[in-house]
Ligand binder design. Structure first.
Ligand code: HEM
Ligand SMILES: *[C@@H]1O[C@H](CO)[C@@H](O)[C@H](O)[C@H]1NC(C)=O
Length: 294
């Protein structure tokens, strides 16, 4: 493996680890530790890994889903598994928000791991830790990235759909807004550029970017910051909004190497082939370039 590629992966790793440390819930970051379940549930991490590896073998798309799920959990109320909570008749919850439904996937993998863990070690391993482990294992499956996950998160009991705006960035955000929302979580612009590299795998619904193809502004129906050939490719897969089936279609976030977690995402940006407005921001383009050297 080229040195640069390795470096990119190491950066990734560091920031994924950072995301864990940055979002303590009831426990402080300092109390999270690697091997947290060593005495109470020694097989905890192996059980999660097995669930992720098996699920990804059936459906490679779940790896992307699990990485995104951890991000969406951590940015709302900290990494407390609030993204997993089901609604009650009185409350609409995070998973019902348009940011998560119907696009967030991989819930059944977490359920499976939790079920086995409750059988092996009842009431011991938090869902928030399972999510953190699963995102790590997904990064390994999809990108060969390995890192240790400090654990000891406790699960929250509150989840509110109304807390999504202001905490999760929508796809039409530009650089300033992205930096602002990451800053609220204690993450720098640099961290944001690195973490956005997760868009090297997985898919997006057409609705998340179709304004760039069909309704950009009064003078330009199509976003001029998108490579026209790439726009044609996308239009062939994404019917105009309102046309039957338009909402359900998905395309790979990284058309070049869709299933691999690698630095191709940043190369795409150089070629104006970022999928979302938030991807094709100047900041990402300028600061991501060094990840593409190899
Ligand atoms: C920088 C701000 C970000 C924005 C605006 C954003 C927005 C989005 C959107 C709109 C989608 C497509 C959803 C759909 O329509 O199906 C998506 C997918 C995805 N995002 Fe992000 N995202 C951001 C950062 C991140 C971060 C930090 C991570 C993880 C470290 C991440 C991981 C993913 C993954 C893996 C997918 C593909 C999911 C799948 O295939 O199931 N994103 N993101
Ligand atoms: C549409 O966007 C282009 C490119 O960003 C810009 O040059 C143009 O002034 C915009 N037109 C309107 C009406 O906002």
């Amino acid at each position: 493996m080229a040195g640069r590629q390795l470096q990119t992966m190491v950066c990734w790793l560091l920031f994924l680890v950072m995301i864990h440390a940055k979002f303590p819930t009831s426990s402080s970051a300092a109390s999270l530790k690697v091997g947290f379940y060593r005495w109470t549930c020694p097989d905890a991490e192996a059980i999660v890994k097995e669930a992720v590896v098996q699920a990804a073998a059936q459906d490679p798309g779940v790896a992307a889903g699990l990485i995104r799920m951890h991000f969406h959990d951590c940015f709302v109320r900290g990494c407390d598994a609030s993204v997993l909570l089901d609604p009650t008749p009185e409350t609409r919850v995070e998973k019902q928000s348009g940011a998560n439904f119907p696009s967030l996937q991989g819930f059944e993998v977490i359920d499976e791991a939790k079920a086995i863990l409750e059988y092996s070690c009842p009431c011991t391993v938090s869902c928030a830790d399972i999510l953190a482990f699963a995102a790590r294992d997904a990064s390994c499956v999809a990108g060969g990235i390995e890192y240790q996950v400090p654990a000891g998160r406790r699960d929250g009991t509150v989840s509110r759909e109304s807390e999504i705006p202001g905490n999760l960035p929508p796809p039409f955000f530009t650089a300033d807004k992205l930096v602002e929302i990451f800053a609220k979580k204690g993450l720098s612009a640099d961290d944001m550029v690195t973490l956005a590299g997760a868009h090297s795998i997985g898919v997006s619904h057409c609705s998340s970017f179709s304004d760039r193809l069909y309704g950009f502004n009064a003078t330009h129906p199509q976003d001029p910051s998108m490579d026209p050939a790439f726009a044609d490719y996308l239009k062939a897969r994404c019917p105009p909004p309102g046309v039957h089936g338009a909402a359900d279609s998905t395309v790979p976030m990284d058309v070049a190497t869709p299933g691999r977690l690698n630095n191709q995402y940043y190369r795409n940006l150089e070629k104006k082939r970022g999928l979302l407005t938030s991807d094709q921001t100047d900041l990402l383009w300028r600061c991501g370039w060094e990840y593409t050297l190899s």
